[in-house]
Design a protein. Sequence first.
Length: 263
Amino acid sequence: MRPKLVATDLDGTLVRSDGTVSAYTADVLARVEALGVPVVFVTGRPLRWTEEVFEHVGEHGLAVVSNGALVWDVRRHRPSLERPIEPELGLEVCRLLRAALPDTAFAVETVEGIDLEQHFDERPPVPPGSRRGPIEELFDRPALKLLARHEELTPQEFWDLAEEAVGGRLVITWSSTTALLEISAPGVTKASTLELLCADLGVGAADVVAFGDMPNDLPMLAWAGASYAMADAHPTVLDAATHRAPSNDDDGVARVLTGLFGL
């Protein structure tokens, strides 16, 4: 049966390695939307980076951002749903991580941007107006994501040790090639927020096809009726998905959709 909704990650999945969406992929997305099938971007990116691809959001006008912490209404330029971490719980988790892994540095993401500890090395340029200071001063309001970075551990090592230290108080995942953990409020994942969005649209999990490449995509791929791992996805994603797609640089999402919808 033809899917009723397409859910796709961005980096490493829909977006090419050079940061672009190819003309071919853009055309396929538009043709799928023209059939009345929403294509929903479900990304770990913060809002400021997701805005770069909003021109490809269809008439439904919704995107799931920050690993499910935010549903953004593109048409009205405002939040449709926010699922943040409350400061008290977030700071408790920071204390636990710092006790277990003393060299951990933190940052917090909000709708407005990012605030960082002095020793948090943010690889992309830091937006103007971002605050720098101790996490106890920065985490003074609900945050969409808590970021934790370690410069000496591998991503998998950092994730495993952090999970042990935090004990399930918050949701921890990662999508970076560096040891950068993305931490969300209890129960908040790409899958749980996508499920809420789909319920509003009257679409069940069995009618969703999902695409991803990194561990933060695992809950979404497990929830969707059909799931595709990109050809060069993380090994855990390749094991979890029910299908394989060509790589992002080969327009894998678009090529699969062309076949599924007979375009």
